[in-house]
Design a protein around this ligand. Structure first.
Ligand SMILES: [Cu+2]
Length: 293
């Protein structure tokens, strides 16, 4: 069950952090950063685009997060990705930015994160897939007056009924591009900018908040599907430079957007039951206090 980070217990936060640190220590974390950076550099409006700026932004990141979550579970099989609802948890002094979770903003002089488990001084988080010579994690939460999106802004994007539209890139209309943020109120991109530092670069997975941010984006895709049961992934037919419904996505080669449409094949969100028809409810069976089962 993927849960809102605001509801995690202290122990759950610690388990997540320890699993992430263990992946880093074993040298398995940085390939996620490298893969993401390669796609950011390669995805363009006038050429092939897979991870960003096109319709497969959502299924690509869903699979990318699944890969990462699977690695975390190889370390600790109780860990699942939490999501950060940035329309609610907007205080840079509160979770997820606390000392026992992701640590806080960077210091004024150089943006260096000096608190929490990912501070360079703690010795457990050295940036190796770098954007410059600096090997410490950087953030400047809310720098430059950027504000996190509001629930009203989010709802205006969830209300869009078409998944994506021609020309299927950063100037397209439709849900995908406004969620991604190249057009309209700007949701996903703006959150990267609000965190700033590494999150504002192609090497954004250097900051563990990347996973919590994208987990919420992924949940919003599921929320949108529930709101628009008659809409679906587009384009359905092969279309120049973008991944249509049944074409494979790089780098996997054997995964299509169609394979990724139904998140309940892989995990549930803590809100699935209340909003849907209990699609994820079976994950809770066998819990204590259910003698009739
Ligand atoms: Cu991304």
């Amino acid at each position: 069950m993927r849960r809102n980070q605001a509801t995690l217990t202290d122990a759950e936060k610690q388990d997540f952090v320890e699993a992430v640190l263990a992946l880093k220590r074993r040298g398995r974390y940085d390939r996620f950063v490298r893969t993401h950076q390669e796609f950011v550099m390669g995805d363009t409006d006038d050429g092939p685009r897979v991870a960003h700026r096109g319709p497969s932004f959502l299924p690509w990141h869903r699979r990318f997060l699944l890969d990462f979550e699977e690695e975390l579970r190889g370390i600790d099989d109780a860990v699942e990705l939490p999501y950060w609802d940035w329309t609610v948890d907007q205080d840079p002094e509160a979770a997820p930015w606390t000392e026992d979770f992701l640590g806080g903003t960077g210091r004024a002089a150089d943006g260096q994160v000096t608190t929490g488990p990912f501070a360079r001084g703690g010795g457990r988080w050295r940036i190796s897939v770098r954007v410059d010579s600096r090997d410490f994690l950087r953030r400047s939460l809310g720098a430059g007056g950027v504000r996190l999106p509001t629930r009203a802004e989010l709802d205006s994007v969830l209300a869009l009924s078409s998944y994506d539209q021609s020309p299927w890139h950063s100037r397209a209309d439709g849900f995908r591009n406004q969620l991604e943020g190249w057009r309209g109120v700007n949701l996903h991109n703006r959150v990267h900018q609000w965190v700033d530092g590494h999150m504002a670069t192609g090497a954004s997975p250097n900051d563990p908040v990347f996973w919590l941010h994208h987990c919420f984006i992924d949940k919003l895709w599921a929320d949108w599907q529930r709101l628009h049961p008659g809409s679906g992934y587009l384009p359905r037919r092969p279309t120049r430079d973008v991944v249509s419904l049944e074409e494979p996505m790089r780098p996997w080669g054997d995964v299509t957007p169609a394979d990724m449409l139904d998140h309940t094949r892989f995990y549930a969100y803590d809100t699935d039951e209340e909003e849907g028809e209990g699609a994820g409810a079976e994950t809770e069976t066998g819990a204590e206090g259910d003698p009739g089962a």
